[in-house]
Design a binder for this molecule. Structure first.
Ligand SMILES: Nc1ccn([C@@H]2O[C@H](COP(=O)(O)OP(=O)(O)OP(=O)(O)O)[C@@H](O)[C@H]2O)c(=O)n1
Ligand SMILES: C[C@](O)(CO)[C@H](O)COP(=O)(O)O
Length: 227
């Protein structure tokens, strides 16, 4: 059995005050309704856990109703950091789940094909992540003012979601993160702590995250092109 955990319990601070970015309408639907719909369409996913802020349960239940998101789902309360929300989601997937795909609610352009591809790769390797080679040259800076060094671009990948795992692998990896009191910005970073290899699954289509207001016009265009 395959579960999806859609993390949607963030505050969206980079989008600006008093804006719930996941409920902003793009291409005719709220951002998170597009994301959720992709997991309804992905045949290999059997159940969906949506992790939400406390007090938002009825808004998400109404969203599912209104947009016909008809795959079995459960709503769970998130935590202070993304990794806490992922943990809470993992705690409530079915005990029969062997594979879990973790998805940012704020990534509405993820395709069902990409979801299915990460699931196949995770079955084989234990862990897999949607990723694209970077196209800009990436610099490191120690102080945020001056360039310290240039990284070798041919080795660099930007990782996205879905990040998909055998359930026992991600549980073990996130337990290691919690025991060491670390913070990770993505779930595959936790795998590095336990020596678990992660397969890069290169998506051809753009799979951006809604983070700042300037992201919205591009994402609207991508979603309209796909219709
Ligand atoms: N405590 C948190 C933090 C983030 N997320 C989710 O993780 C995804 C990726 O996070 P990001 O884009 O950073 O969203 P926010 O944390 O909401 O944004 P910001 O950092 O600007 O506050 C989002 O779907 C967000 O809802 C979550 O479920 N729980
Ligand atoms: C998981 C992620 O989307 C991979 O790129 C990203 O790390 C989320 O980071 P954020 O700080 O929650 O935006």
């Amino acid at each position: 059995m395959v579960s999806a955990v859609i993390v949607a319990a963030g505050k969206g601070t980079r989008m600006g005050p008093n804006i719930d970015k996941l409920f902003l309408e793009v291409a005719g639907r709220p951002v998170v309704a597009h994301t959720w719909q992709r997991f309804v369409e992905a045949d290999s996913v059997h159940e969906i856990v949506v992790v939400v802020r406390d007090g938002m349960q009825s808004a998400f239940a109404e969203l599912a109703e209104e947009h016909g998101l008809n795959k079995p789902y459960r709503l769970v309360i998130g935590g202070a950091e993304r990794q806490d929300s992922v943990w809470n989601g993992l705690e409530s997937i079915s005990p029969r789940s062997e594979i879990v795909a973790i998805q940012d609610g704020a990534r509405p352009c993820t395709s069902a094909d990409l979801i299915n591809a990460t699931i196949s790769a995770a079955r084989e390797m234990g862990a897999a992540v949607a990723a694209q080679p970077v196209t800009d040259t990436i610099k490191e800076s120690e102080d945020g003012k001056m360039v310290s060094r240039t990284l070798q671009r041919s080795k660099l990948w930007a990782v996205q979601t879905p990040q998909t795992f055998r359930v026992e692998v991600i549980r073990r990896a996130l337990t290691a993160v919690r025991h060491r009191g670390l913070q990770v910005t993505d779930d595959t970073a936790a795998c590095e702590l336990i020596g678990q290899s992660v397969r890069l699954v290169s998506g051809i289509a753009p799979n951006p995250k809604v983070t700042v207001p300037a992201d919205l016009a591009y994402i609207e265009l991508l979603l309209r092109q796909r219709k």
